[in-house]
Design a protein around this ligand. Structure first.
Ligand SMILES: [Zn+2]
Length: 130
């Protein structure tokens, strides 16, 4: 769990948000803890760190198979690491928040394949299931 006593508030897939049909590309977590520290769910290299319009304060982390995950909508990002640093599973990366296109304090976790490189798909363990 990327947050203490976290629970899923919205799963991946189609959903209704504010009365509109929407595809949700990630999974959302909430917590009732006052400590809303976010922990890296997987080790990797931080490729992007900072504020975006939609994801708010977020980091993009590159995994060894060149897939990426994003941790989004954080209230703040810790300055204990910077872009191109390695972060390890369990490392504290920020505080859960409500920045960017968000309606309430939560963590959005999403995975992406590098669209510029088909090998990221072919080399992925998920591809080999077919
Ligand atoms: Zn989400």
């Amino acid at each position: 769990m990327p947050v203490k006593n976290g629970y899923v508030t919205s799963y991946f897939g189609n959903r209704i948000l504010n009365g509109k049909k929407q595809f949700h590309g990630g999974i959302d977590f909430g917590t009732k803890e006052t400590d809303k520290t976010i922990f890296a769910p997987l080790s990797g290299i931080v490729r992007v760190k900072g504020l975006s319009y939609s994801f708010g304060n977020r980091i993009w982390v590159e995994l060894p198979d060149k897939t990426y995950y994003v941790l989004a909508h954080m209230a703040m990002l810790f300055d204990t690491y910077k872009e191109n640093d390695v972060i390890t599973r369990g490392q504290k990366v920020g505080i859960m928040g409500n920045t960017g296109h968000s309606f309430g304090v939560h963590l959005h976790l999403e995975f992406r394949i590098d669209p510029s490189n088909p090998r990221t798909c072919i080399d992925s363990p998920y591809f080999k299931q077919f």
